[in-house]
Design a protein around this ligand. Structure first.
Ligand SMILES: Cc1cc2nc3c(=O)[nH]c(=O)nc-3n(C[C@H](O)[C@H](O)[C@H](O)COP(=O)(O)OP(=O)(O)OC[C@H]3O[C@@H](n4cnc5c(N)ncnc54)[C@H](O)[C@@H]3O)c2cc1C
Length: 313
């Protein structure tokens, strides 16, 4: 490791395992890890990485990433902040580092509805806005009013109106620019507490019953396919939801459920989920990803696209 030019801030730790920082539970390490809870720490961390010519990566809860290397050669920055502020009767401002389930808990306490669909999604708000996460026909874009960011080069703050976030299916402008999502203004709507709890429970139970929490995974590996891109004969056989066909349907049609490479397996409960059933390596998972892509392309002439973000180092 090259000699550092500036002193390590005390919130940055050296040589840290990332096994508990990714839901695939891949055993990998990072040279440096910063857990930041305020803007000053975030900007100082970015400046420190720059001063020492180190790459950096912003991590939420690591539930949509695959770390594909032995040791990240730079600084992983995790944002952890939970304090929400009410602006008016229609809006609250929420820090990006809050876990979605914790936010849902706060919504239930305050009797706000329309976040029940995040039950069982083990990510942060920042990660969910970045990828426009969604479930049960809902997605982040529907509740976001504004996104407040910090630029990773100029450290300047900026506010994006929802219409400028370029939200699309599992996509947003933040996948392209150099902004860190710091806080999000969310629309709120009063509801009945019992109803909200019941709906959240139902959504979580659905995922539990499908076996989603039994083994380490990162949820869906591939993006679903727009039905219009699919040959008509398959469109007739597959279930179309919101104009899309589940990527899992194509993988399942190739008979790949249960296929194993090393400790990784295409789950037998959902073909779009790869699980770490026994000490899988990132390579095991990457090999299964390639295998799925190859088989689906051969049979359907469709190019599967990863939803999971692969970080090579
Ligand atoms: C059991 C399980 C169930 C899941 N169910 C769903 C589901 O129903 N729907 C769904 O959409 N997803 C689902 N996922 C995937 C995942 O939980 C979501 O995509 C989640 O929103 C990712 O958030 P995260 O904080 O873990 O992001 P991470 O995985 O940490 O990061 C993902 C990307 O976001 C970027 N990022 C994170 N925070 C910020 C920030 N503050 N500013 C800028 N960039 C940032 C990272 O750099 C990275 O590129 C599931 C995953 C699991 C394991």
């Amino acid at each position: 490791m090259a000699k550092l030019k500036t002193k390590i801030p005390d919130w940055i730790k050296k040589d840290v395992s990332l096994e508990q920082s990714n839901t695939f539970r891949i055993k990998t390490k990072t040279s440096y890890l910063a857990i930041v809870s305020n803007k000053k720490q975030l900007i100082k961390s970015l400046q420190w990485a720059k001063a020492n010519s180190l790459p950096f990566f912003i991590l939420g809860n690591g539930s949509n990433v695959l770390f594909a290397g032995k040791k990240y050669p730079g600084l992983i920055i995790r944002i952890r902040n939970n304090r929400i502020r009410k602006i008016d009767s229609q809006t609250i401002i929420v820090p990006a580092g809050i876990m979605l389930e914790l936010l849902l808990g706060k919504f239930i306490k305050m009797e706000y509805q329309e976040l029940e669909w995040v039950a069982g999604i083990p990510g942060t708000l920042g990660g969910a806005v970045y990828g426009n996460a969604g479930a049960f026909g809902n997605e982040m874009s529907q509740i976001v009013k504004k996104v407040k960011t910090i630029n990773t080069e100029t450290y300047k703050e900026k506010t994006y109106l929802s219409k400028d976030c370029q939200f699309k299916y599992r996509n947003s402008i933040f996948k392209k620019n150099k902004e860190i999502i710091w806080a999000v203004e969310i629309f709120i709507k009063k509801g009945k507490r019992e109803k909200i709890i019941e709906q959240a429970r139902e959504n979580r139970n659905y995922k539990t019953q499908r076996g989603l929490f039994k083994y380490p995974s990162a949820g869906s590996v591939f993006k679903n396919i727009y039905a219009k891109e699919v040959a008509e004969k398959y469109r007739k056989q597959a279930k179309i939801q919101g104009g899309k066909i589940s990527a899992g349907w194509f993988i399942d049609q190739c008979g790949l459920k249960g296929t194993k490479i090393g400790g990784a397996m295409i789950s037998d409960f959902h073909a779009n989920i790869i699980i770490n059933f026994n000490q899988a390596t990132a390579k095991n998972i990457l090999d299964l990803i390639s295998f799925c892509k190859e088989k689906v392309f051969k049979k359907f002439k469709i190019k599967l696209q990863e939803e999971v973000i692969v970080i090579h180092y």
